[in-house]
Design a protein around this ligand. Structure first.
Ligand code: WT7
Length: 640
């Protein structure tokens, strides 16, 4: 089987062979990579424990496949990364495969010189600068496990993640720029490290040039350390199931959990899915606008593209800086062929039409992609027409941090497109819909989205807590991986993702557990109790509505006092989690609708926040149905 399925017939054939023998299918795909040692078992799995092992016995190094392989094939001069800085006045920086290889090796030697080795955990808290990609690859080079933390999370969140992983090293920069805003990253790290005794090195990238506090026991300037090491660093041979990285993500309960991905399977799937979804051809310029702090950046800025010898754009800024034309300016300037972004960005930029999208030459675009949340039909249509010129393939890619790669999506122009539908699973992937009792639904149906067979890049465990992994993903429906999403399958077998069915909100494509935000709000001294839900938001997809019961006497008597208290609670969320989780609405309420057993009826809160209080359904099990009237009255100011 060819690696790139470049026609509808090739796709159909791959589907067929995966259905006949999925292990042989994946062995075939894996055969397109460079292994230091062959596997003895393609896949060893059962979904009870769960135990999932791919390509057991094999040895490999991810970076040998991302870098050395391409340089050895004579492609060292190709651009690996095109870095587009925050400020449009600054030049694009091109890094070839040969240069990237050199920089990764040198960076890897800096890590080694600080005692970091195979299996050690390294936390990365960096802006979207080339050093972030280099650091990720340097970890993979020596077998250290990276844990990238989005540089918008608070010191508290960073410390939690460092502690959970027992990281020995953290890599950051002096500061960062994102649009017109700046952030003193090193200062955030300093605050976090006060509670992180396992960290022995803080490697600091000089980026903004701003002043920083210095702790000589621990802090090391990267540029100084780089001059003291050699540029030669052979790739560490890794077992297929050795950890490649941990990435923290939110669930319906508890603190964010560390999703674990391993070397062999993740490599096979990241490269395969990138090649086929985006139909990348040599010489193309590919741009994914995500941040490497999320899984999208891991799989489709760094690993997937580099495994394919692609040119991947890394963008430091934001879509609206200095103007909402920035994305299209960059697409024109770099002649971008594949463009991959989130519905929230599409909707925000759509609101700025026609001034900004028109007048840019977007004719190089061939494939445009969407990821992170359901894309509504209006946004889909605008993206297709105004950006894709009505001629590009639009791929709506459904996947999750836990799946490691895109599972349901069109494959370039080789699949039928239908607005707001992710479409068909990639060859080798077997999604199923089940009802509440776990019965598999056939044909046209709506239900809980599960996957009933393993795929190479699936989650292996949640770091340090395997029982949690079993409980969250493998216990709801026996013998199946449960995604947490609801979905519909049409008569043609195309999937439409409806959204989360658990207590997870998706704000601008960022995932938060409602419980996590509730914990942050509860930690404010004036708060007695609260409940958080997501409500539909025209740009963000979902936004956060917090219903807050204050302690006796804590409700301010003036309008100004109320505004100030809301702000304080917002800051509390900012401090505990990060600005991205801050509620859009904080409603002070005397009560919450609870059942006789004390459970909050979130369904009612969701309806009220969506302005659908005339469709509350059965409220007869409520302890005090009159509470609902107070909740509705309090919500009125937000719904006006
Ligand atoms: C959740 C996963 C993996 C990409 C970034 C988000 C939602 C993701 C789509 C899509 C509808 C989508 C799901 C999923 N989601 N892509 N194309 N259509 N919903 O990763 O933070 O792990 O969130 O994002 O609800 O479960 P994540």
């Amino acid at each position: 089987m060819p690696f790139l399925l470049d026609s509808p017939e090739a796709v159909a054939q791959a589907r067929q062979s995966a259905a006949v023998d999925f292990e042989a299918f994946w062995a075939d795909v894996a055969g397109h990579y460079e292994w230091m040692n062959p596997w003895h078992t393609v896949c060893d799995w059962e979904f009870e424990t769960p135990r999932v092992r791919w390509f057991d016995g094999a040895k490999l190094n991810m970076t040998a496949n991302c870098l050395d392989r391409h340089v050895a094939a004579g492609h060292g001069d190709r651009n690996a990364i095109l870095w587009e800085p925050n400020d449009p006045a600054d030049d694009t920086v091109a890094i070839t495969y040969a240069e990237l290889h050199g920089r990764v090796c040198r960076f890897a030697n800096v890590l080694k010189s600080r005692g970091v080795g195979k299996g050690d955990r390294v936390a990365l808290y960096l802006p979207m600068v080339p050093e972030l990609a280099v650091a990720v690859l340097a970890c993979a080079r020596i077998g250290a496990v990276h844990s990238v933390v989005f540089a918008g999370f608070s010191a508290r969140s960073l410390a939690d993640r460092i502690q959970d992983a027992g990281a020995v090293c953290v890599i950051t920069s002096d500061g960062m720029k994102r649009g017109a805003k700046g952030l003193a990253l090193k200062a955030v790290v300093d605050e976090a490290l006060a509670e992180c005794p396992t960290i022995t090195t803080n490697l600091v990238v000089r980026h903004t040039g701003e002043d920083v506090q210095w702790n000589t026991d621990r802090d090391v300037w990267l540029h100084e350390a780089l001059t003291a090491v050699s540029g030669d660093c052979p790739p560490e041979p890794m077992d297929s199931e050795d950890l490649l990285f941990i990435l923290y993500t939110s669930g319906s309960t508890g603190k964010p959990k560390g999703v674990v991905h391993t070397c062999g399977g993740y490599m096979v799937y990241a490269g395969y899915s990138f090649a086929n979804v985006f139909q990348y051809q040599p010489g193309d310029v590919y741009w994914c606008t995500a941040d490497i702090g999320w899984i999208t950046g891991h799989s489709y800025i760094v690993y997937g593209p580099l495994l394919n010898g692609a040119t991947t754009v890394m963008f430091e800024g934001v879509p609206t800086y200095p103007s909402p034309g920035r994305f299209w300016e960059v697409c024109e300037k770099l002649k971008v062929n594949q463009f991959y972004t989130a519905p929230t960005a599409i909707r925000a930029l759509m609101a700025c039409e026609p001034r900004f999208a028109k007048g840019h030459d977007l004719s190089a675009l061939k494939v445009i992609g969407s990821v992170g949340e359901p894309i509504n039909e209006e946004a889909w249509q605008w993206y297709h027409d105004a950006i894709g010129g009505g001629e590009c393939a639009l791929v709506d890619t459904w996947w999750q941090t836990e799946t490691g790669g895109i599972l349901i999506s069109g494959l370039g122009a080789h699949s039928p497109m239908k607005p707001a539908h992710a479409g068909y699973p990639l060859p080798g992937i077997s999604p199923v819909l089940v009802d509440g009792d776990g019965n598999t639904l056939e044909g046209e149906a709506e239900g809980y989205l599960c996957i009933d067979r393993p795929w190479p890049s699936m989650i292996r465990t949640t770091y340090g807590d395997h029982e949690r992994c079993r409980n969250v993903y493998f216990s709801a429906f026996k013998g199946k991986y449960f995604t947490g999403d609801g979905a519909r399958r049409d008569a043609d077998g195309m999937f439409r993702i409806i959204g989360r069915v658990d207590d997870v909100v998706n704000v601008s494509g960022h995932r938060f557990g409602t419980a996590e935000i509730e914990d942050a709000i509860d930690s404010h001294p004036a708060v007695a109790e609260c409940a958080v839900i997501g409500y539909p938001h025209p740009i963000k997809g979902q936004a956060v509505h917090a219903y807050v019961i204050l302690k006796d006497g804590a409700l301010p008597s003036t309008e100004e006092g109320i505004t100030a208290l809301r702000k304080e609670i917002g800051v509390q969320v900012n401090t505990e989690i990060g600005n991205i989780a801050r509620p859009d609405r904080i409603q002070f309420t005397p009560g919450l609708p609870k059942t006789r057993s004390g459970k909050i009826m979130r369904r009612i809160l969701r309806k009220v926040a969506s302005g659908e209080h005339d469709q509350l359904g059965d409220t007869s099990t409520l302890l005090d149905p009159t509470v609902v009237d107070g909740v509705i009255a309090g919500a009125a100011e937000f719904l006006a």
